[in-house]
Design a protein around this ligand. Structure first.
Ligand code: BGC
Length: 347
């Protein structure tokens, strides 16, 4: 894999940001920047061999700083929602920013997506790192985080998330890429075919916050166990879809700490297919419901459903729903998770 680097811009507070290009021997490439460890493009061949950018993004750093859709970024310290921004750890109450209705979302007002990271290249992998200091956005413990990206010659993009803390804390890291396998800016994802091998998902309240209840997908619009068009049931008369304005739910993957298939996505027009596997216990399928028209890198406005996210994660609100796997990272433990995106074409 070849890795090159070029300047991308300077943040509002004067920090230099670089864009890195990972390129494999098959001609595929991924660009990333050290602002938010953000994936800014993913170019993979379609069934005619044409390179297609399947990831939403902006042209300039200023647009990434200004907009709040988390396009392509890493989200943390805790991805997704925590009820009322309050949790108790080791008997002590922590109060976080309430930045999404009544709840805390994606690490707070200035989460990991809005930070400039250190970078290095190690064993053919691009590695971003930073220390999230004790108290940052209200979270306890100095957390040393490392995020690495590797593009193999088999068109696999491997994301590895590692972290260590000097005091007990919570960690739930994911990547917030919006995919459109027809090509960025090329219409909605409603005709994509999606498979999620999950028999259960977590129930949301009207603010997209898990209530703690676990629902079966069987005989509901949430049954993606067999490949299904994303748009087939999206407008069904279903409280869960109304709560999310579409799909915005955590699906429960079987087995923790081993490599699970989280999703298989396919666009019939380009033939591009993506398989996601992960060590995480859940995946948030978000169908881009509140995309509200920011202009993307090819000049097209990103409207509702023009991209979808598949965010591998600990279940949202697990700090309040104690029946969910715990995102607590104790001092002396190591957070070590992997998510792999594998690209291919189908006839
Ligand atoms: C959340 C959505 C939210 C989106 C963009 C997703 O991870 O689940 O509710 O609107 O991120 O912030």
């Amino acid at each position: 894999m070849k890795i090159t680097k070029e300047p991308f811009g300077v943040t509002e507070d004067g920090k230099e940001v670089f864009q890195f290009r990972l390129e494999n021997n098959a001609g595929a490439s991924v660009t990333l920047m050290n602002y938010g460890c953000t994936i800014t493009s993913i170019l993979v061949p379609d069934r005619e061999g044409r390179l297609t950018d399947i990831c939403l993004g902006y042209r300039t750093l200023a647009e990434y700083e200004k907009n709040d859709g988390y396009l392509g970024a890493v989200v943390g310290r805790h991805a997704n929602r925590i009820e009322k921004g309050v949790f108790v750890l080791n008997g002590k109450e922590y109060r976080l920013a309430v930045n999404n209705g009544p709840n805390h979302l994606h690490g707070g007002l200035r989460g990991f997506d809005k930070r400039v990271w250190e970078y290095t290249v190690e064993d053919g992998r691009l590695v971003f790192g930073r220390r999230s200091p004790d108290g940052e956005e209200g979270y306890p413990g100095n957390l040393d985080v490392s995020m690495s990206y590797q593009l193999t010659d088999d068109n696999e993009l491997i994301l590895r998330y590692e972290a260590e803390t000097d005091a007990d804390t919570v960690v739930n890291l994911t990547n917030h890429c919006y995919f459109n396998l027809s090509g960025e800016g090329k219409g909605t994802i409603l005709h994509h075919v999606l498979q999620i091998p999950a028999a259960r998902f977590t129930e949301n309240d009207e603010h997209c916050l898990p209530t703690g209840k676990i629902l079966e997908v069987d005989s509901t619009p949430f049954d993606f166990r067999q490949p299904k068009e994303v748009g087939r049931d999206i407008h069904a008369d279903c409280v869960q879809l109304k709560n999310g304005l579409g799909y915005d739910h955590n699906f429960i993957l079987d087995g923790v700490e081993k490599e699970n298939t989280a999703a298989v996505l396919y666009a019939p027009d380009t033939g591009i297919a993506m398989t996601i596997s992960t060590t995480m216990p859940g995946v948030q399928f978000y169908s881009g419901n509140v995309l509200d028209g920011p202009v993307g890198k090819s000049g097209v406005a990103y409207e509702k459903n023009m991209g979808l996210c598949l965010e591998t994660q600990y279940f949202p609100n697990a700090l309040r729903c104690t029946n969910f796997p715990s995102p607590v990272l104790k001092k002396g433990e190591r957070y070590d998770h992997m998510t792999k995106l594998c690209f291919a074409v189908k006839d």
